[in-house]
Design a binder for this molecule. Structure first.
Ligand SMILES: Nc1ncnc2c1ncn2[C@@H]1O[C@H](COP(=O)(O)OP(=O)(O)O)[C@@H](O)[C@H]1O
Ligand SMILES: CC(C)(COP(=O)(O)O)[C@@H](O)C(=O)NCCC(=O)O
Ligand SMILES: [K+]
Length: 244
């Protein structure tokens, strides 16, 4: 049994898997991550492996206290991945993006894939049908957009994520919601349409904390899978134990 942990820049997500079947799902913050992981390990005594992908500020050493209880697999650039990395700066590519690309290759073989992860940042990753990882884009996520508008202006309030009533915002709040939400929706639809000019057919995977909220609003029909990164960690683990 496996506990997969995804350390993002906003939250930590965890899931317990038995042969790629998800048995439990958890979300917590960095400040109480040790207690949370201990509780999960108590709840699932059969967990023997801990696999971690971190782009947040938790390092391999932060997990060493679990060493006696489970075998720790901290994903790094040195691991084997099931794709050819054509990024010009492979060492600076986010581990989360490498895990997403791996999941896309392992679960959707022999096709072009675009993975969109709407978390702290919105990341776009393209892996072609020959399993070449080409790169993509990084833009601010929804929460980050609300915070940036507030933090870098004198007059804009900090709003919680909300649905814009209209494309034309008729108040400060409505203008902000339209700018953030309609802006991100148009960005994602725009990227997808741009990619279609280069690749006529590709599989789109939408994941991350804002995936469900965004999927409903896109012109392109895409099903959100909020657990894709955790599921990819489980698939990569199966691949890794066979290949490392
Ligand atoms: N309870 C929550 N706390 C923080 N963000 C949340 C929460 N629920 C949904 N979100 C949304 O999730 C996004 C962050 O997604 P997430 O996948 O957790 O990010 P990361 O993987 O970068 O930590 C934010 O833009 C925010 O709108
Ligand atoms: C772009 C990211 C900050 C996204 O992080 P997230 O939104 O998942 O928390 C992360 O993938 C990262 O730190 N990347 C390094 C730069 C790169 O991928 O080129
Ligand atoms: K992301």
């Amino acid at each position: 049994m496996l506990l997969a942990i995804d350390v993002g820049n906003t939250r930590i997500k965890g899931a317990v898997f038995e042969s790629n079947t998800l048995l439990g799902h958890f979300v917590f913050l960095k400040k109480d991550f040790k207690k949370n992981i201990e509780n999960i390990l108590k709840e699932f005594p059969k967990v023997a492996h801990l696999v971690v992908a971190s782009v947040g500020d938790l390092e391999k050493n932060d997990f060493s206290s679990f060493n006696e209880r489970v075998k720790i697999h901290f994903i790094s650039h040195e691991n084997h991945f099931p794709f050819t990395n054509l990024y010009e700066t492979p060492k600076t590519l986010g581990i989360d993006r490498m895990v997403l690309a791996s999941g896309a290759v392992l679960r959707f073989p022999k096709q072009h894939r675009l993975i969109i992860d709407a978390g702290t940042c919105i990341t776009y990753d393209f892996v072609d049908q020959e399993d070449n990882y080409l790169g993509g884009a990084i833009s601010p996520g929804l929460r980050l957009r609300y915070e940036a508008l507030h933090n870098f202006t004198a007059k804009l309030p900090l709003l919680e994520l909300g649905s814009p009533k209209n494309i034309i915002g008729n108040s400060t709040s409505e203008s902000i919601h339209s700018g953030v939400v309609n802006g991100a929706v148009n960005e994602i639809d725009g990227f997808i349409n741009d990619y279609k000019q280069y690749y006529s057919k590709f599989t789109i995977i939408l994941t991350g904390g804002d995936a469900v909220f965004l999927a409903k609003r896109l012109k392109n029909t895409i099903f959100a899978n909020s657990n894709f990164l955790l599921e990819s960690l489980s698939h990569l683990f199966q691949y890794k134990i066979k290949n490392d």
